[in-house]
Design a protein around this ligand. Structure first.
Ligand SMILES: NC(=O)c1ccc[n+]([C@@H]2O[C@H](COP(=O)([O-])OP(=O)(O)OC[C@H]3O[C@@H](n4cnc5c(N)ncnc54)[C@H](O)[C@@H]3O)[C@@H](O)[C@H]2O)c1
Length: 355
């Protein structure tokens, strides 16, 4: 079988994880890279052995030798580039969030429908964590029963990545759309992807990006710039689903909290589970409450391993070995939730969705 020829659009911070994943996959040739920043494109191509580099993604997409692309650009470009890539006959691995709005999400979904030979996988990397996959096996075997409540907390004390992330026009929002999307998706996926019924949320912009803080490092956009900041510092929400289940979430870029916190839990009528900070399954047997810790390699999400599994799965799907576990439809429901939280906060009211 010939190797899958890959092109990557957007060569900033996260592209390195995609590049490393592709380089370690023996079915792949890292063929082309593209960034509006020409020096970055040229340097990346040289460093990682891509034979072609581009500054215009349209030009890259017109190269018929490319089979599939990773899109690792600003959120406001996701829809445009993903649709162009599908229409150019490429399979697409698109970084999260799917896009900025529900309308864009529906347009991407339509492009997937119109190009049945190709598919799109969303970069929901946490679905590929060992802790998630092990827990999913327990859930699929009914060990948690009916999951009626989940809770996701992802709090950064200091973690506004600056640059485009802090520009609402380009990012679509702050911690909710950037990191909230990961933990909400994790709960939603494991809850069996229920349809959203209503959303009530609050966002706050009280602390700014805390760029004055010294001696504490954090994730930054490739073109870090602290001058601009039009996104929220903190968001919280309660999401109600049509099956009666609910999800509570709180996420921040900046907060006067004692420490960073990542906590994701699910509660069913037969058992419960914590996925983060580490996988633990709670059950009741013989009138005794049990906390069970699986003996597995990664009880907590391992970034490098998660990305490798995401890339390997994408390539397997390109090669016809199964269907993606993170299809475009899942991004549409997520965009309803995320934009619903922003709307609810603006209108100071609960937002309801038609069933
Ligand atoms: N899965 C994860 O855990 C994870 C983590 C971080 C970021 N991300 C996502 O990855 C994407 C990129 O984030 P990042 O942190 O790498 O940002 P970044 O700012 O470090 O890099 C983005 C790159 O895209 C380039 N770019 C922007 N528009 C372009 C266009 N039209 N054509 C070609 N190049 C273009 C920029 O020049 C820059 O080099 C975002 O959607 C973000 O949400 C995902």
């Amino acid at each position: 079988m010939s190797k899958v020829r890959i092109g990557i659009v957007g060569l900033g911070s996260i592209s390195e994880m995609h590049i490393q994943g592709y380089l370690k996959n023996q079915d792949v040739q890292l063929f082309a890279v593209c960034d509006v920043n020409e020096a970055r494109a040229k340097q990346t191509a040289e460093e990682f052995g891509a034979t072609h580099y581009y500054t215009d993604y349209q030009e890259m997409l017109s190269n018929n030798e490319i089979d599939a692309v990773s899109i690792c650009t600003w959120n406001n470009t996701h829809a445009e580039i993903a649709i162009a890539a599908l229409n150019a006959g490429k399979n697409v691995l698109l970084e999260k969030p799917l896009c900025k709005t529900v309308e864009e999400a529906l347009a991407i979904e339509e492009a997937v429908r119109n190009n049945p030979k190709q598919f799109l996988q969303i970069g929901y990397v946490r679905r590929f964590g060992t802790n998630t996959q092990v827990l999913k096996r327990f859930i699929d075997n009914g060990e948690l029963g009916d999951i009626y409540f989940s809770k996701a907390t992802c709090l950064r004390v200091l973690g506004n990545p600056g640059g485009w992330f802090a520009d609402k026009e380009r990012s679509g929002g702050g911690p909710l759309i950037d990191i909230g999307v990961h933990v909400i998706d994790l709960c939603w996926y494991l809850m069996g992807k229920p349809k959203v019924k209503s959303v009530s949320g609050n966002t706050y912009q009280k602390l700014g990006n805390r760029s004055n803080v010294e001696y504490k490092s954090f994730y930054q956009a490739a073109d870090y710039d602290a001058k601009q900041n039009s996104v929220e510092d903190l968001a919280n929400a309660i999401i109600r689903f049509e099956n009666g289940a609910s999800l509570m979430v709180d996420v921040s870029f900046s907060l006067h909290a004692k420490k960073e916190e990542l906590r994701v839990s699910l509660y069913g009528d037969k058992g419960g589970a914590e996925i983060e900070p580490q996988l633990e399954i709670v059950s009741e047997k013989n009138n005794i409450i049990l906390n069970s810790t699986p003996q597995i390699d990664h009880l907590t999400f391992d970034f490098a391993q998660g990305f490798q599994k995401e890339i390997d799965h994408f390539i397997d799907c390109v090669n016809g070995k199964g269907e993606t576990i993170a299809p475009v439809e899942d991004g549409v429901e997520m965009m309803k939730i995320l934009t619903g939280v922003y709307k609810s906060s603006e209108e100071k009211a609960e937002i309801h969705f038609d069933s």
